[in-house]
Design a protein around this ligand. Structure first.
Ligand SMILES: [Mn+2]
Length: 424
């Protein structure tokens, strides 16, 4: 379902006066509002194809109806999100869930809606119907060479689909690991995995990146073969200059200092991209910013500091992706909230007075350093984010328009109450 520009303008109309006042106020109080707005307009966040349907837990799934039934409908949903917030101009696909039967048609359809293809994702954490060998005991780490080869071939197939769609990166997340002590020889598991990744790496086109995503636990609960940023960094370093670490916010043990990880990976030129989500306990995949918005701000603070130190382009030099999905919200509303939270954290981090912060650090003025960060974090930047959307024809209040235009109701009418999206 498409939402037209004139409809969005009509929803914006009664809000314009109040927005103008709020925007004028913040524009007069921050030193660089115009520059921040330019950066916000350039910043695009990739929507994962698997988050457009209701996520499940291992206990159940409660689909809400109107879910996209195929890749065309997934692109249509993201086109609608992008029309509302102008910051969702990319999609991240998962193979085999999203195999494009006609790639040039899919590419044209996406282009029509202003959407590009971000990282491609492979799947060796599930067995597919008709698959010759099982991944029950791992994929690239597997003790059996034929199973490893099957996983390598699958990843190369994913790269080839990505080439046809114009993607330039592959994310490899492996569920490989072990559930019990003694199950696995750690060293051999690492070496098998490395040699598999090396074969996949050799199939990358020159302009492609490979992201090695780590995760501390689940579905394996004793060891994970790419278990933390150190292990991912080790693989990425051994693989070569096209390989990077990917940070998924939910893939750490509780209370890990993710902003410090980000800072050091950037320092080493090995941070490749992000999967945004939020969590209370583990890989909860909750809406971005729903639980720990200050942590999200601190991460963006390090991202900007580290990227600026290396002269990197914020919008394009890292992969910015959401990886969240769950049971109790409309998935499209959840994604609108997630994108908004990311844009707010980014805008707040752009407000940090870096010169003053450096001075405070040099003087060991700890209280002043905290004040500087919290001054930025406690600024209401929502009018800046809304202004950036408005300038690009988006909605002042995307979620309110989604509801007022009864988009879900229309999707259910179009696709039925029991349509179920492919994905988790
Ligand atoms: Mn992820």
């Amino acid at each position: 379902m498409d939402i037209e520009k004139y409809q969005i303008e009509a929803y914006n109309e009664p809000l314009l006066a109040a927005h103008g006042k709020a925007f004028d106020y913040i524009a007069s109080t921050v030193p660089n509002a115009a520059a921040i707005i330019d950066k916000l307009r350039a910043f695009q966040i990739a929507i994962p194809s698997w988050a457009l349907g209701t996520g499940g837990t291992r206990f159940g799934r409660f689909p809400g109806g109107g879910e996209p039934r195929n890749l065309e409908e997934k692109i249509s949903d993201i086109g609608m999100l992008h029309a509302l917030n102008r910051s969702s101009g990319a999609i991240s696909l998962h193979i085999p869930w999203d195999i494009p039967s006609n790639p040039s048609h899919i590419k044209a359809l996406a282009a029509q809606k202003g959407i590009v293809f971000d990282a491609m994702n492979s799947n060796t954490f599930q067995d597919q119907p008709g698959q010759a060998l099982s991944y029950k005991f791992g994929s690239l780490q597997h003790v059996d060479a034929a199973t490893r080869k099957q996983a390598i071939d699958h990843n190369i197939e994913v790269i080839n689909y990505g080439i046809e769609l114009g993607s330039t990166s592959l994310t490899v997340w492996l569920s490989d690991g072990s559930c019990f002590p003694g199950q696995l020889n750690f060293r051999k598991a690492f070496q098998n995995t490395l040699s598999g990744l090396q074969e996949i790496y050799r199939a990358l086109p020159e302009n492609w990146k490979m992201f090695v995503e780590y995760k501390a636990f689940e579905p394996n609960f004793y060891s994970t073969t790419v278990g933390d940023w150190g292990q991912s960094y080790l693989y990425a370093s051994k693989l070569g200059p096209q390989a990077y670490t990917l940070v998924d916010l939910g893939h750490h043990h509780p209370n890990v200092n993710i902003e410090q990880i980000v800072s050091l990976l950037l320092m080493e030129g090995k941070l490749g991209g992000f999967h945004f989500n939020d969590s209370k306990y583990g890989d909860d995949d909750l809406t971005v910013g729903a639980i720990k918005p200050y942590q999200l701000f601190l991460i963006f603070n390090e991202l900007i500091e580290g990227m600026d130190a290396r002269g990197m382009e914020h919008a394009t030099d890292l992969g910015w992706m959401i990886d969240a999905s769950h049971n109790v919200k409309d998935p499209l509303e959840d994604l609108l909230q997630s994108v908004e939270a990311i844009m707010i954290a980014y805008a707040q981090a752009l407000l940090v007075d870096r010169k003053a912060l450096t001075e405070a650090q040099l003087q060991n003025d700890v209280a002043r350093a905290q004040e500087i960060l919290q001054q930025a974090y406690r600024t209401d930047v929502r009018p800046l984010v809304a202004e950036a959307r408005l300038l690009d024809g988006g909605a002042l209040q995307p979620l309110a328009v989604f509801r007022a235009a009864e988009i879900r109701k229309n999707l259910v009418k179009e696709r039925g109450a029991v349509s179920i999206a492919t994905g988790l």
